[in-house]
Design a protein around this ligand. Structure first.
Ligand code: SF4
Ligand code: SF4
Length: 487
């Protein structure tokens, strides 16, 4: 039984010359007893240039910029987007969502889920490759690693080297930079749940509460661990999306694939090899340079067909296109394509499953929009006094007692007028006007009375009408039904 770690050396590059590999997969020896869980192979991802990489970087910058800026936006002198969990309210610019507005949150989640289903059916796991925070942060961490420790080949050699001053400084610098990025990420993320300006000041002056400090350190640890150490393990072994994506794939889904009909038989050759010589040797377009494997963040070989580990990042597409360019072959040996296209057919864009997802998505977006449009910044709750059905006043009137709860769901103070409807000659005992601060609930005890002659039955259907005119002149009104009891 050997404890040695074998190193797989890839002997040729795109030009066919021998060179030191940029990526080496380190695996335990086959005859080592690894049990049912083999040790993880260290992946040294090689940097790649190309259209998709440029697009991902641009997209990553935009995404990071939005993520970092949103909690700093102000609206009505308060944080524009704030998920205030202790206060049980979510501020979304002019809208404040309360626990009662769970339907809105449910619609948002359903819209998100169907958007993901639609995109996955159409273009495979592009979410994973271009938008998922795990991928974005992993690429950012690899970029930092490369700036400090060098290319994939240098990183591999550095890891194999014994500890010396240079290695220690590089490792220390890298981990410090990773922790700094993780801390900033965590502070920004926690800033979505607590006022971010206070958070930054309090955290760096050691004044945050225990729980805030706990969450900041927890998310720092998660970011550092996931993007620095776990990387592809998250995508391959922990992300549930990787597992159920295949249920959404069909033969027309665009996904990264290798054109085996064009690429095989693979094999190295000189750039000067003529088409006749290739034909003689049975060579396809793949020169077996392994670049597509070296740039893959999950360490797979796309030439083995569609694999659940593939996150559709397109790095192998860029790498292979570069090789094809150098060799003078057509690009697209690895490309975003469909199974139908690979088999010589054409991709059917409009297909029942995709149309179905699109229809449900549109309906849910419509319902979400409607929910927002019809949403009233006011909620009223009437609770009847349960201790007595009714009582007689000194003036001989029949009186019912209620507690009116007025929830001002707007962000500014409002004055509400209260009326009772449906009762003849009703006498309102209590305040008919209340002023409630933005986001507050006001409980108002009120009594309603009338002469017994006006009551023809034991139960009279009545309603409480609450209205206000908002700062922008909009009338907001709610009529809440209740009962007036007698006998
Ligand atoms: S598919 Fe392209 S990048 Fe991969 S080994 Fe073949 S030629 Fe090289
Ligand atoms: S196979 Fe290609 S697209 Fe898939 S994860 Fe690897 S590099 Fe990205």
């Amino acid at each position: 039984m050997s404890d040695k770690i074998p190193i797989k050396v890839i002997p040729t590059d795109a030009s066919g010359r021998k060179k030191i590999p940029e990526k080496v997969t380190i695996k335990p020896s086959h005859d080592t007893d690894v049990g049912i869980y083999p040790a993880r192979s260290q992946i040294y991802v090689r940097a790649v240039k190309g259209t998709l990489e440029t697009f991902r970087r641009l997209f990553g910058f935009i995404f990071l910029g939005i993520f970092a800026l949103i909690p700093w936006l102000q609206y009505n002198n308060q944080q524009a987007i704030l998920f205030d969990i202790p206060e049980q309210r979510f501020n979304l610019f002019a809208i404040t969502l309360w626990p009662q507005d769970l339907t809105v949150l449910a619609y948002i989640f359903i819209v998100g889920a169907f958007a993901l289903f639609f995109i996955t059916t159409f273009a495979g796991r592009v979410w994973c490759g271009f938008m998922c925070p795990q991928t974005t942060w992993t690429y950012m961490y690899i970029w930092i690693e490369e700036k400090i420790e060098g290319s994939a080949n240098k990183r591999m050699k550095l890891d194999q080297r014994k500890m010396d001053a240079d290695k220690f400084i590089r490792k220390a610098l890298k981990h410090t930079a990773w922790v700094a990025v993780a801390l900033l990420t965590s502070l920004t993320f926690v800033g979505y749940f607590t006022p971010i300006d206070e958070l930054f000041i309090d955290f760096f002056t050691f004044q945050t509460s225990f729980w805030i400090s706990f969450w900041v350190l927890f998310f720092t640890f998660c970011t550092y661990g996931n993007a620095g150490w776990m990387r592809e393990i998250m995508c391959i072994h922990m992300c549930p999306y990787a597992r159920f994506q295949s249920a959404m794939f069909d033969k027309d889904t665009f996904t990264v694939a290798y054109d085996a009909r064009r690429g095989e038989g693979r094999g190295p050759r000189s750039r000067k090899t003529t088409p006749e010589q290739r034909e003689e040797k049975g060579l396809g377009d793949c020169i077996d340079c392994n670049l597509c494997v070296q740039v893959c963040p999950t360490g797979i070989d796309i030439r083995n067909g569609l694999q659940y580990e593939c996150i559709n990042c397109g790095a192998c597409v860029d790498a292979c296109n570069g090789v094809m360019d150098k060799m003078g072959y057509d690009k697209g040996l690895i490309s975003f394509t469909s199974e139908h296209e690979l088999n010589g057919g054409t991709t059917k864009i409009f297909r029942p499953k995709l149309i179905g997802y699109a229809v449900v998505l549109c309906v849910m977006v419509g319902l979400l929009g409607l929910d927002f449009a019809l949403r009233k910044p006011l909620e009223v709750d009437i609770i009847r006094d349960r201790n007595s059905l009714y009582r007689e006043t000194n003036e001989g009137l029949i009186e019912n007692v209620y507690t009116l709860k007025v929830l001002n769901k707007s962000q500014t103070e409002q004055t509400y007028r209260i009326e009772v409807r449906g009762l003849v000659e009703a006498v309102f005992i209590g305040d008919q006007e209340v002023t409630v601060a933005g986001g507050e609930v006001f409980s108002l005890p009120i009594s309603v009375a009338t002469d017994a002659y006006n009551l023809e039955q034991a139960v009279t259907e009545i309603s409480f009408y609450v209205s206000t005119v908002q700062n922008d002149g909009t009338l907001v009104e709610i009529e809440e039904p209740s009962k007036f009891l007698y006998r």
